[in-house]
Design a protein around this ligand. Structure first.
Ligand code: ASP
Length: 581
């Protein structure tokens, strides 16, 4: 299937059944070993694997030379058969070698040992890094995921539409990359954080079901699950309920997972945002392990312990069997971490062999309080119990982080646990300077109809028809049913402190179309890089992106970002200020 005018087979293809055939293979020299006086073994590599070729040792081939080998497939002598590689039963003998290209010695070996090479070096020579088996596999997992997602969407009647890369600045929450306009010095385009506004306009346009494997750009600090540029499956549908959107996206995600793992995951479960926070202390709960947050507030209703008295919410977790591991220094470090996250303090209690509680605060807790803590947390000797008392949100967040710190396996480790988190709050926090609520997601999410009458009086209690998809504790993506009624959109903008005039000035292009008959609609977008990384067994999305940026946002291969010529800046009407030190 992949034979060409230059090769009959690929380097991972030959088996015992090919013995006796004359074949031609093309690829890179992986290794060369001298064999006796006249011969050398050359392992020839392409992305499918390796084949051992027996060549005349007068032929000057070295690692990473590009060669074409023609010879006869033969059984390897039993003592040299290699059952660790798929082609290990055969070799090519009587090889004629054609050197297609020589190569300088590579800066690192093109095999798994390059995993230990500094990130900057791997990225500087990314084309060599990508030549390796692991990276080739990752690129192919990615391609399989893209293809499964595309056909799942097409199969459900979604139409692929491309949207522009040069867009106006939009209010989606992340910092944008901006691009100066040459025709209008002083004016700027933004690169899209997502196609959000355009996909909604496609609904106004009657497209009905849109999708796009879209590039999105956000100028945010890079980390394991974040790059400046990333790919999303972006989708939007008209006349659809939340259930419709979740079903359509679930199919795409599960089809992709099945293509890669060979197994159909179970249907995706659902929990509310409140339940996720309350039980796992996170809006991206990792369901692969327990250590759930346990309610203790009522057990301390009449406590004499000052730190707990009157606290709105007291909860605990049980790090089973971890008491011994946590000496004083580690406990102090964990307490500092809890404080950094926002707690006033952290109470730890170690369960002794006789079931007694060893803790600096044990003496302040009554017998019945101690008994309740032990009973509710299922404490056994050797367990480490951690308790936080604060507002509900802070208690949940702090214990949720500690739960992750203590129990979370690497993100790619099975079993894969997908979960829809639904009913996000419309607003997440209050801006301290303006006193205004901040949107939980973007300001186009439709509030739950039953919560609408509390929008002005109790905005923080209003839930949105907004949902996230989470896999193994990573947020894969988010979406919502959108506001399609102009009056409601203005109401939300007003609550956010965006006046009607401001809204018209900033998003007129988006709001005006809604006056011309916008259908009810909703959508979703999920990060393909994140899904691919988990399915490929990688902890960092960089490993599944062909040409990513380093942690500091640069590209050691192309040297981007680079200064530009003064003339280019002049044309754009831009003057660069000296760097402040
Ligand atoms: N545009 C949103 C995002 O990129 C997803 C959505 O609401 O559909 O997070």
């Amino acid at each position: 299937m992949t034979s060409t005018g230059m090769r009959t087979h690929q380097c991972g293809e030959l088996r015992a059944e090919h013995i006796g055939q004359t074949v031609s293979l093309c690829g890179w020299v992986a290794t060369r070993r001298e064999h006796g006086e006249h011969l050398a073994f050359v392992d020839l590599r392409d992305h499918t694997g390796l084949t051992q070729c027996v060549v005349d040792n007068a032929v000057d081939v070295r690692p990473e030379y590009v060669i074409r080998v023609t010879g006869v497939v033969a059984a390897r002598p039993a003592e040299s058969a290699n059952d660790r590689i798929a082609t290990g039963a055969v070799e090519i003998q009587d090889c004629q070698v054609e050197i297609l290209n020589t190569a300088e010695a590579p800066p690192f070996p093109i095999n798994e040992r390059a995993d230990q090479v500094a990130e900057g070096t791997r990225l500087q020579y990314r084309y060599l890094d990508l030549r390796r088996e692991r990276m080739q596999r990752n690129l192919r997992v990615r391609s399989a995921v893209n293809s499964a997602v595309r056909s799942a969407m097409e199969g459900q009647g979604f139409v692929e539409v491309e949207t522009p890369m040069l867009v106006p600045s939009t209010p989606e929450g992340a910092r944008e990359f901006i691009v100066p306009s040459r025709k209008e010095p002083g004016a700027f385009y933004a690169l899209p954080q997502s196609p959000q506004l355009f996909k909604q306009l496609l609904m106004v346009a009657g497209v009905d079901r849109y999708f796009q494997i879209a590039r999105c750009l956000r100028d945010e600090d890079l980390r394991a699950d974040r790059q400046y540029e990333f790919m999303q499956l972006d989708a939007e549908m008209s006349f659809a309920t939340q259930d419709d959107v979740l079903a359509a996206i679930s199919k795409a995600v599960l089809d992709a997972a099945e293509v890669v793992t060979g197994e159909r995951p179970a249907p995706i479960e659902r929990i509310t945002w409140h339940e996720a926070m309350n039980t796992y202390g996170s809006d991206k709960p990792d369901l692969r392990f327990g250590m759930n947050l346990t309610e203790l507030t009522d057990a301390f209703a009449s406590t004499g312990f000052k730190a707990f008295a009157g606290a709105a919410c007291i909860k605990g977790i049980n790090a089973t069997g971890r008491a011994e591991e946590f000496g004083r220094n580690k406990l102090d470090a964990m307490t500092d971490r809890a404080k950094k996250i926002g707690a006033k303090g952290l109470v730890w209690l170690k369960v002794g062999g006789d079931g007694s509680l060893d803790s600096p605060v044990a003496k302040f807790l009554s017998d019945s309080e101690q008994a309740a803590v032990k009973e509710r947390l299922g404490a056994k000797p050797g367990d480490l119990l951690l308790v936080v008392a604060d507002t509900w949100m802070t208690t949940c967040e702090v214990l949720g982080q500690l739960r992750n710190d203590l129990g979370r396996p690497p993100v790619y480790e099975g079993p894969y646990r997908y979960v829809w988190v639904v009913d996000f709050p419309l607003f997440v926090s209050v801006d301290e300077t303006t006193g205004r609520p901040r949107p939980g997601h973007h300001p186009f999410c439709h509030p739950k109809p039953e919560d609408l009458d509390r929008m002005e009086t109790d905005p923080m209690s209003v839930r949105a028809q907004a949902y996230d998809l989470v896999l193994n504790g990573w947020e894969l993506g988010s979406g919502s049913i959108r506001i399609h009624e102009p009056a409601l959109q203005r109401r939300v903008f007003n609550l956010l402190g965006i006046s009607d005039e401001d809204a018209d000035r900033r998003f007129g292009f988006f709001l005006t179309p809604f006056r011309y008959g916008a259908p009810p609609h909703g959508g979703f977008a999920f990060g393909l890089d994140r899904l691919v990384a988990i399915l490929a067994g990688e902890e960092n999305i960089r490993e599944v992106i062909a040409f990513p940026k380093t942690q500091s946002g640069s590209d050691p291969m192309t040297n981007a970002p680079t200064p530009v010529e003064p003339k280019q800046l002049n044309d754009l009407g831009i003057r660069v200020l000296p760097r402040s030190s």
